[in-house]
Write a protein that binds this ligand. Structure first.
Ligand code: NAD
Length: 539
């Protein structure tokens, strides 16, 4: 029997990725333009919390702004306090026993209804991502597909897991099945405001956990839209609670609660490690050791071998480094070039970068839009200053005028002189690319592995030997050969890193749901002598 035929794969074998919108068709472009206008017409609304099925306002609020046009207020979101966090945890606890008992295929149906809601509102959701997070059209649209994929894939995967593992032995029956962990806290980043939030949330739900959803401050309206869709799907009250708020305030309340069993986090290394530490402290009221899933940052590199196809390599590096202004966790922020092709590659790279168009994300003609907010703008600008002082500047752009309107930062490229320079080591999370010259392929691999991260990486090479070496020696969770390093697709490229890039297994892959569950083994001695009479027999 081949792996393909294994009975546990019966459902996920049927999985198909959601197609992206074809914007070469006029009707699709028109629909997207209309959605952008419709969303614009709804700017300025208020967005309450949702706890135990009820809306709640708060005293403090988060103001959501359009990063392409920083004066434009998109809406006002209620910002939860400690008391409301407590209420949400209680609601999730109350809803848990009934939700756990719902058969897995039935829970999967709820998640499929969420997928269907995402599908119906695809253009609206993409338009919100353009406005709230400065995502270019194509990226925003692809993100809706990814969110749908997570729903469909995890629903099918849960059905697979639900088939009990059964081993018979003479006189004994053995079953292994899965229980949910309990109350889950989902804490998400703004850079994949819909897909990552949806992925972590539906994985927790379909496995039988109840959820408190804490989105990033910068993308709380998009999270509200997901909450709306989940409610329309008819999830029982308290099973999913929407608790936006300031991470530093509500985060520790959620993570430190003795009544929380699992935390699914995606975001920066700094916050991920803080969560991991706090979650490991046990309280006498706790009944379990908390489980932490933390997907964190990266400092991803692409190696350009001396026999690489440079046209392909330049395009792949540009897409990977500057797509969404370098704000994808998978983005290329270092390119390591073998010395024989260094001059030819950098010359072509710089020429190609010069043709990139930076502007408002609502304009489909731009290559990339703004960075997310004022903090990001300042942090990236500081790094650009460091780069200018410590490195050789290969490309710079003047973004001062555009920055008056939105948080625009133009592309920058620095040639690294010292390997341990901050430009070569720190996750900058913006359109700043470090170029490093390698003496040979050994040196290239050493440089590539020379950070604390291990998220994504790539190699452009025509040498089967070097590609094989990269497979074995390049320490990353997702390695891409002769292609760009962003845009992982659910099931085809399960995603996630190790070292300081993550604790947990890959999102969108076959093991992910296990993180949210506890396997239980039941062994029954079937050699019993007779049965206890039932009441019916006695009568
Ligand atoms: P962030 O760490 O600043 O915030 C992430 C979330 O954590 C937000 O919801 C925030 O409010 C919350 N938070 C902040 N302080 C907290 C605290 N003390 N306790 C609990 N929660 C707290 O990250 P970000 O700026 O939103 O996202 C960008 C980062 O995410 C980058 O480092 C990027 O590499 C990473 N990322 C990683 C992946 C991956 O799959 N590995 C995917 C996307 C993003």
């Amino acid at each position: 029997m081949s792996v393909e035929d294994l009975p546990t794969k019966i459902h996920t074998k049927r999985f198909q990725n959601e197609p992206n919108t074809d914007f070469s068709k006029a009707e699709n472009r028109e629909e997207m333009q209309q959605a952008l206008k419709d969303v614009e017409a709804s700017f300025g609304a208020d967005y309450p919390l949702n706890i135990d099925g009820k809306s709640q306002d708060t005293r403090s609020h988060i103001i959501s702004r359009n990063p392409s046009s920083k004066e434009t207020v998109l809406g006002t979101i209620a910002s939860a306090n400690a008391d409301q966090v407590g209420q949400a945890i209680e609601a999730a606890q109350r809803a848990l026993p009934a939700w756990q008992k719902i058969p897995a295929p039935h829970r999967a149906e709820y998640i499929e209804l969420i997928a269907s809601g995402l599908r119906t509102r695809r253009f609206e959701l993409a338009a919100w991502m353009v406005h709230e997070c400065g995502k270019p059209w194509k990226d925003a649209d692809a993100e809706v597909s990814e969110a749908i994929d997570f729903c469909e894939y995890y629903s099918l995967a849960m059905r697979d897991l639900d088939a009990e593992l059964h081993t018979d032995y003479p006189g004994e029956e053995n079953y292994v099945f899965y229980r949910s962990r309990g109350v889950a806290v989902v804490i998400s980043p703004w850079n994949f405001p819909l897909a990552i939030l949806t992925g972590m949330t539906v994985a927790a739900l379909v496995t039988g956990n109840t959820v408190i959803m804490k989105p990033a401050e910068q993308s709380s309206i998009i999270a509200f839209k997901l909450m709306e869709i989940a409610r329309e799907a008819g999830l029982p009250v308290g099973v999913l609670n929407y608790v936006p708020g300031i991470g530093e305030d509500v985060g520790p309340e959620l993570v430190g609660s003795p009544d929380v069993d699992i935390i699914a986090f995606t975001g920066s290394q700094e916050v991920g490690l803080t969560i991991n530490q706090l979650a490991s402290e046990t309280d006498s009221r706790q009944l379990c050791v908390k489980k932490v899933i933390a997907e964190m940052g990266g400092k991803n590199a692409i190696i350009i071998d001396d026999d690489a196809d440079l046209d392909d390599a330049v395009q792949g590096v540009i897409d990977s480094a500057f797509g969404y202004a370098g704000q994808k966790c998978s983005a290329c922020s270092r390119v390591i070039v073998l010395k024989n092709v260094y001059d030819a590659f950098t010359e072509r790279l710089i020429k190609a970068i010069d043709s990139l168009v930076v502007g408002p994300a609502s304009d489909p003609a731009v290559d990339f839009g703004p960075v997310i907010d004022q903090d990001a703008f300042e942090r990236i600008s500081d790094y650009i200053e460091v780069g200018t002082e410590e490195c050789e500047t290969l490309y710079e752009s003047d973004y001062s005028e555009a920055a008056e309107t939105g948080f625009f930062v133009g592309p920058h490229v620095f040639n690294i002189i010292e390997e341990d320079s901050r430009i070569a080591q720190d996750e900058i999370f913006g359109p700043v690319l470090a170029v490093m010259k390698a003496k040979d392929f050994d040196h290239a691999i050493k440089l590539a592995n020379g950070t604390e991260y291990a998220l994504t990486g790539g190699v452009y090479s025509r040498s089967p030997k070097n590609l094989q070496r990269a497979r074995e020696e390049f320490l990353v969770g997702n390695l891409y050969l002769n292609r760009g390093i962003t845009g992982a697709v659910v099931q085809r490229q399960p995603f996630g890193g190790f070292r300081m890039s993550g604790i947990g297994t890959k999102a969108g892959g076959p093991e992910y749901l296990h993180e949210f569950m506890l396997p239980v083994t039941i062994t029954e001695n079937t050699m019993r002598r007779g049965f206890a009479p039932s009441q019916d027999d006695e009568e």
